[in-house]
Design a protein around this ligand. Structure first.
Ligand code: AMP
Ligand code: ZN
Length: 145
């Protein structure tokens, strides 16, 4: 039952289809594990998405072997952007869950070039904290690790 449900998700997943080459994309890199494509609605010129070829809804479902390859690949893509697009830096952004802004439920890592003179994009508004509040929150997270 679960396996059938899983297959249905994968068959209807647009990033599975793009990663498999069933839907055309502006591909910048491909190997047996990943396809790297350009985002259709780029935050800046060269905005790329790293897509694993096997389906995982988000990082919590990603197999550890694949997860370990994501950061080295993102680094290579970012370095190529700096060398060949002339960006001054890049953001790695990875959303997990609707509340975190994830709109496509197939794990992907954004690699977003940032150009000199462009806006510096902050991902959050800095808040405030107290030592007691931080200690209490840290203890809660620590309990699950
Ligand atoms: P997220 O909000 O992290 O789930 O990011 C999803 C990203 O996928 C967005 O930046 C979209 O612009 C991009 N996107 C959605 N559909 C496609 C597609 N068919 N080809 C390329 N990028 C896409
Ligand atoms: Zn998928």
């Amino acid at each position: 039952m679960w396996k059938r449900f899983r297959l249905e998700i994968e068959m209807s997943c647009i990033f599975c289809k793009i990663a498999a080459g069933e839907i055309p994309s502006a591909t910048v890199y491909e190997d047996e594990t990943f396809r790297v494509i350009l985002d259709l609605n780029p935050a800046s010129e060269g905005h790329a998405l790293i897509l694993p070829k096997s389906h995982a809804a988000d990082v919590t479902e990603l197999n550890e072997e694949i997860a370990a390859k994501v950061l080295p690949l993102a680094t290579r893509v970012g370095q190529s952007m700096k060398a060949n697009l002339g960006c001054a830096g890049f953001n790695l952004v990875q959303n997990n869950g609707e509340a975190a802004g994830q709109t496509v439920r197939h794990f992907h890592m954004h690699v977003i070039p940032r150009y000199e003179g462009g806006p510096v994009i902050a991902a959050w508004e800095p808040g405030t904290s107290t030592p007691e509040g931080l200690a209490e929150t840290a203890a809660k997270i620590q309990a699950g690790l």
